[in-house]
Design a protein around this ligand. Structure first.
Ligand code: DGY
Length: 313
């Protein structure tokens, strides 16, 4: 029987590519060139499986006349895939939950620490040759011990971030849309969470429902000593309001790993000192990226072997 034809839209860790190329008729993207919308649509109509990443937009048109029976997303977030259209076209979508939890929680802690301790400002100052030397009032930040972390979205990554923050002596408050049990104190409204927290970290998925969830009112509730951290999706924050809040001192600072229109990062944001900006590094460790690729490969094996993959969206 002919081996299924699969397309990887980007370059994957080599261990994953070797496995997939050994088991399937695989088209790899050796140059790692991002594919355009039209190319993705064509691929969906030519291959048996398309293995995309979180930067590939698979809109409704991509599923029209699709030959692909499965989309394997290298990433947990699926806000770039029209899931309704996939369902209607009978295309299975799988993602990579769980394996990137620790890496993303570590990055949330990185941003919390960098923003609270003004590490980005310090690094930029030193590299620019502007460090005036040690002095008692130089770049005074805020410690984490005894401060309160508010978590928006108490799923896997929210919990893992809370666990790490507790080790730094932080109190945990959390808000979650649906009922769940978790350590720390549950807060009923987002306004209350922002009001009572020193640092807020976002861990909700990107979707129509969460788009612009964090607006100027919530930033005002967080207040002039507050820090906002986002490792979820850029769309969750009203970016224009955030720039204003950082400029006016409505909040003290922010740490961002994700942006509304990646890889574009607003000039206004890049010009501000009180924000730490990372280029979507949440899951960027070799072991995590390999585990993500292997998880997609496992799902393909199950699917083409006639089983239902565990990580079906
Ligand atoms: C995801 O998996 O959704 C992340 O944003 C990419 O690491």
């Amino acid at each position: 029987m002919a081996r299924p034809r699969i397309l990887l839209t980007r370059k994957w860790p080599s261990a994953c590519e070797s496995r997939l190329a050994g088991d399937y008729e695989a088209s790899l993207n050796a140059d790692d060139r991002p594919m355009g919308a039209e190319e993705l649509r064509t691929a969906m109509a030519e291959y048996d499986a398309v293995l995309c990443t979180v930067t590939d937009r698979l809109d409704a048109a991509a599923f029209e006349g699709a030959t692909a029976r499965i989309v394997g997303n290298f990433g947990v977030g699926v806000d770039h895939i029209d899931l309704e259209a996939a369902r209607a076209a009978g295309v299975t979508v799988v993602n990579t939950p769980g394996v990137l939890t620790d890496a993303t929680a570590e990055l949330a802690m990185t941003l919390i620490l960098m923003a609270a301790r003004r590490a980005g400002e310090g690094e930029r100052e030193l590299r620019a040759g502007h460090w005036p030397g040690w002095h008692p009032t130089h770049l005074l930040g805020r410690g984490l011990s005894g401060r309160t972390l508010g978590i928006v979205g108490m799923g896997r990554i929210g919990r893992a971030t809370a666990e790490r923050a507790r080790a730094f002596g932080m109190e945990i408050l959390w808000w979650n849309r649906s009922d769940t049990e978790a350590p720390g104190t549950r807060v009923e409204t987002l306004a209350d969470l922002f009001e009572r927290s020193d640092v807020v970290s976002l861990h909700v998925p990107g979707s129509g429902e969460t788009s612009g969830l964090v607006d100027l009112d919530l930033m005002e509730a967080l207040g002039p000593e507050g820090i906002l951290v986002n490792t979820a999706r850029g769309s969750v924050i009203d970016e224009t309001a955030l720039v204003e809040a950082l400029r006016r001192g409505t909040i003290a600072g922010a740490g961002l790993d994700v942006y509304a229109r990646e890889p574009e990062v607003p000039e206004a944001l890049r010009g501000l000192d009180n924000v730490v900006l990372l280029p979507h590094l949440g899951s960027a460790t070799l072991e995590t990226r390999e585990a993500m690729g292997m998880m997609v490969a496992d799902a393909l094996d199950a699917f083409f072997g006639g089983d239902t993959p565990d990580n079906r969206v």
